[in-house]
Ligand binder design. Sequence first.
Ligand code: PGA
Length: 272
Amino acid sequence: MQYKFICRKLINNYLNILIVRTNIIAGNWKMNKNLSEAKQLIKGIKKGLKSIDTDNKRVIIAPTFVNLVGAVKRTRKSKIEVAAQNVHAAKNGAYTGEVAADMLTDIGVGVVIIGHSERRTYFGETDQQLAEKVDRALAEGLEVIFCFGELLEDRKSEKHFEVVENQLRHGLFHLLKENFEKVGLAYEPVWAIGTGETASPEQAQEMHAFIRSILAKEYTQELADSVAILYGGSVKPANAKEIFSKPDVDGGLIGGASLKAEDFLAIVAAAE
Ligand code: PGA
């Protein structure tokens, strides 16, 4: 019995070493870049990517809805994938101003960002609504980058682990194990978004390791080891390498620094 257990553990350890998670560098353009600016930015990123090693990296950009069709067209035959910044939970219907998941897949968008703190804060999106959006997105064949993270007061009162665990439990843990093949996570401490203040690489690693541990508890160690966990919040060319070097950080969700080709490219290059 004991011998069997040790053997299984050795095999599992060996398999874990073989799991290589793909790094994801995703640029969240938010409500920035009109058509001509978007064209320029894509052109710059495409050109720069030619001289960067992008093996084992996915490069994603998330322009506004109106620029998605153009972005898909302009990134065809390139390494760049196009994501949407939001999606509605309903299949279709009378939801003025909203966009359905199958409208995204229909134009060639393969990924959607769900749960960004700006959606939670400014548009009142709740865990329940986010869970429904995730379900719809997955049902229509989209991949999901699910965002979450604590507020400054949560961290100050040392509730950050609890807050993050709750966001995951209520927004994501209704999923089946196999759904996670199409889900990436983005830990974004709200106090670090657009503020110039970054979580230290150690703080990011600590939280990412915690997230992996609850994934392992809720699902399996194998699943926990295979899910990409991005860090987001004031990632810049100057700090990207150190943050990405942490073992549980698998790339980043980049806001401000994704709006300049040069900066975004430097961040892509920093991921290993
Ligand atoms: P930031 O934004 O890089 O400008 O802090 C990150 C995000 O909101 O995803």
